[in-house]
Write a protein that binds this ligand. Structure first.
Ligand code: USQ
Length: 494
């Protein structure tokens, strides 16, 4: 079977050099003009050079496929550009660190930056990661010793644009993964200071990065983490498309009809944090349009889990796991609650449905996307999730695994919902691009990952760390601004 990216060409490859060889403004947004070839009148013919194979001279960038190019080698995740340079912004976080080791193990040249703000935000709330993590210097050393991976790390805030620019110019990354944002909805709803900080950090960080990429690495793909929560949960029940309406979607109004194909779908974010992601969407979309940058906006579902082969290889390589009301995501919180005997906290009716993906499956998706870069000017969107569940189903699954496999007396409670969100709604997400266009196959089932989490979180040292922060589990941050612990509405054990 052909690999998913076998037929992509130099046009998609970050090693291409288009500068000065194409009049971007004259040829508009469409690749079709190039594909028609040089013979037809009025068409633009793009010539390119290869930064890795200068001996090719000037050539037609559509002419060589990844399958044919010796610089692209076969891996389980598609063809990969040999020693491809990937820079991870936010490399110290839950996802960033996991991805650094995952890519390093596959032979990518990994670099990264972080200002440790995730550690600071969690500390500011009086919490800690329940899976202990090493300091960055120790992490880097362990990566070298245990996995033979050398990571080029620089401590910096991405809002410090001159330092970031310098590092990007030095490394010349061929893909940039942007995880350097504050990921928490409740944190952004604490008060004005927190809402402003989240939007400043996220929106301005991304905007500055886009300008730097325009000026220094315009052929590099940007993999920007968005969120399924940008779309909200449309009450009409219409499908949640992957960023844009499909070609055959139509708008009907007063007896007339228009195509909606290719237009951005409406966004209806569910917190000031989610609003920051929507703002990013527009900024990235515009940058692709104005400057022919290439980007995948990754609308990731709620992430959960602790495991990849690399993070499990040594205690110093573990990635963080938060379970407090601000930085813990729901499945991670439920498993921790089950371990220390807190009834699992379903907010509201518990009929709210979200898309989910395990840590390991998210890493697979990212690798496939990195290996299959968008073309110049492309703003691509993928909905990155492997399944969807109601919160009640999740609580029941965690309770079942905890009781059956770990002999824990797990209870479930419904509490007042501190958020403003529909807790009963239709939900039809479309998540076809990753499996169909990029060959993604989920490898980890929900039960399997929950099992692994129990295995780790029931270890005495980790259980003790959950116990220490037990008081930060029941939420007190209301979207209304109120600060009071939510009340239990119902409690059951099966
Ligand atoms: N929930 C509970 N009980 C809890 C915690 C959460 O019922 O103890 C419910 C929430 O009300 C919400 C759902 O579970 O309906 C998900 O909440 P969450 O805290 O796990 O996730 P969320 O706030 O939506 O944010 C997380 C990540 C964020 C990412 C997002 C993806 O923190 O970075 O953008 O998941 S998504 O939800 O698809 O937008």
């Amino acid at each position: 079977m052909k690999l998913h990216n076998a037929q992509k060409t130099c046009w998609n490859c970050p090693a291409i050099d288009l500068a000065g060889k194409v009049d971007f403004r004259a040829c508009g947004q469409s690749v079709e003009a190039f594909e028609r070839g040089p013979d037809q009148e009025g068409d633009v013919y793009v010539m390119a050079e290869c930064k890795r194979r200068p001996e090719l001279g000037l050539f037609d960038p559509m002419g060589i496929t990844f399958e044919e190019c010796p610089e692209w080698v076969e891996t389980p995740f598609g063809y990969m550009l040999k020693d491809m340079r990937v820079m991870i912004l936010g490399i110290d976080g839950y996802l960033g660190w996991t991805l650094a080791l995952w890519l390093g193990a596959l032979g990518f040249q990994v670099s990264g930056v972080d200002n440790y703000s995730r550690r600071d935000w969690v500390m500011e709330r009086g919490s800690h990661t329940v899976v202990p993590i090493a300091r960055m210097t120790e992490r880097l050393q362990a990566a070298r010793e245990v996995l033979g991976i050398n990571i080029n790390f620089r401590r910096m805030d991405i809002l410090d644009r001159s330092r970031l620019r310098e590092f990007i110019e030095e490394v010349k990354p061929e893909a940039i993964v942007h995880y350097a944002e504050c990921p928490s909805a409740p944190y952004s709803m604490i008060d004005a200071d927190h809402a402003i900080e989240v939007q400043r950090n996220n929106v301005l960080g991304t905007l500055g990065l886009l300008f730097i990429m325009r000026d220094t690495v315009p052929e590099t793909s940007l993999l920007k983490l968005g969120t399924m929560g940008e779309y909200g949960t449309p009450l009409t029940g219409r499908p949640i498309f992957e960023g844009m309406f499909p070609a055959d979607a139509v708008l009907r109004w007063r007896g007339r009809e228009w195509s909606l194909g290719g237009e951005l779908t409406p966004r209806d974010p569910v917190s000031f944090y989610h609003v920051s992601k929507v703002q990013d969407t527009f900024n990235v979309y515009e940058a692709c349009k104005y400057w022919w940058l290439r980007s995948y906006d990754i609308m990731q579902g709620v992430i959960y889990g602790v495991h990849t082969e690399q993070v499990a290889a040594d205690p110093r390589l573990r990635t963080r796991l938060d379970i407090d009301e601000w930085f813990g995501t729901v499945v991670n919180r439920f498993v921790a609650q089950a371990v220390v005997g807190i009834p699992l906290t379903i907010y509201g009716a518990g009929e709210q449905i979200r898309g989910f993906i395990s840590l390991q499956d998210a890493m697979q998706c990212m690798t496939r996307l990195i290996c299959s870069p968008p073309e110049p000017g492309e703003y691509g969107v993928v909905n990155q999730m492997s399944g969807y569940y109601s919160i009640r189903e999740l609580a029941e699954t965690v309770a079942r695994v905890g009781r059956k496999e770990f002999n824990l007396p797990v209870k479930i409670q419904r509490v007042e919902n501190p958020r403003v969100e529909a807790d009963r709604h239709p939900f039809e997400p479309i998540f076809e691009r990753l499996p169909n266009d990029f060959g993604f196959e989920p490898q980890v089932s929900l039960e399997e990952e929950i099992y692994r989490m129990f295995e780790l979180l029931t270890q005495p040292e980790i259980k003790a760390r959950i116990e220490q922060k037990k008081h930060l589990i029941i939420p007190r941050t209301w979207w209304s601004g109120m600060k009071k612990q939510v009340e239990t509405l119902e409690l059951w054990e099966e």
